[in-house]
Design a protein around this ligand. Structure first.
Ligand SMILES: [Mn+2]
Length: 259
């Protein structure tokens, strides 16, 4: 069974529309929205709202791990367009996210199995998914006699992205799935080679609950995304092959594997 897996789509609608060609099963591990385009600051929701110069500076601050300064810079930008409360801000963002989702889900191959990234708004998905889109988060399905488990979202981080769980919530959902043969998540297990981003030059979030799960259950494969430019994209833990399927927005092609 040929499986194509895409993660971290971040607005790459044109490429995603072709990503299932030649596959038997297409899986998307989330992060469909583009808030900030690190490669091209003229794109994304923040550039739309505040202009490219703003996006460029905001990216620089975050890349330098100056999150407090970034927040202050951002608060000023919102005030500049007459938005003061968090509620108002969320209203404006939600509208922008809806505009992106409308185009993204139109382009998304179907059938597809999807889970959420940390840069996704699960509450809005029901408005846009197609009938052949199966959205799984903390669920196990049977595929060719094997158990495939899916867990979406990220962990709480200084980036304050829209879908973040506490480590406890995440661990509880993971353990509730029980043993699987193939595990699909948005974020990687905690592992220094898998978590370090060589361009951002920092450790991204990895889950120690996932590492413990892999040690305990030893699924044959664990597929994930989230770290866009990892130090290593593939690591073996015991009997488990842990694979970062790649930054779809950058590569424009899915990860392909025969399972
Ligand atoms: Mn991402």
């Amino acid at each position: 069974m040929r499986v194509h897996i895409a993660s971290d789509v971040h607005g790459a609608t044109k490429a995603i529309s072709a990503a299932a060609q030649g596959s038997d099963v297409f899986v998307c591990l989330g992060d469909l929205i583009l808030f900030l385009d690190y490669d091209d600051p003229g794109h994304g929701i923040y550039a739309d709202l505040f202009g490219e110069d703003y996006a460029r500076t905001y990216i620089e601050l975050r890349t330098a791990n100056k999150f407090d300064e970034a927040r202050e810079f951002s608060a000023n930008a919102w005030q500049g367009i007459g938005v003061s409360s968090q509620d108002q801000r969320w209203g404006v963002l939600q509208q922008k996210v809806r505009e992106q989702y409308e185009i993204m889900f139109e382009a998304m191959p179907a059938p597809a199995i999807l889970t959420y990234g940390n840069v996704d708004v699960p509450a809005l998905w029901p408005e846009f998914i197609k009938t052949e889109h199966r959205v799984l988060d903390g669920e196990v399905i049977e595929m060719d006699g094997k158990r495939w488990g899916f867990l979406g979202g990220g962990l709480v981080s200084p980036m304050r992205t829209p879908y973040e769980l506490t480590p406890e919530e995440y661990a509880t959902k993971l353990q509730a799935m029980g043993q699987v043969d193939v595990l699909f998540t948005h974020i990687p297990p905690r592992h220094e080679l898998l978590n370090y981003d060589t361009v951002a030059r920092r450790f991204e979030v990895g889950s120690s609950a996932l590492t413990e799960y892999i040690v305990e259950y030893q699924p044959k494969y664990h597929f994930f995304g989230h770290v866009h430019q990892p130090l290593r994209s593939r690591v073996r833990m015991g009997k488990t092959e842990c694979i970062n399927v790649g930054h779809f927005h950058g590569r424009q092609t899915p990860f392909v594997i025969d399972l």
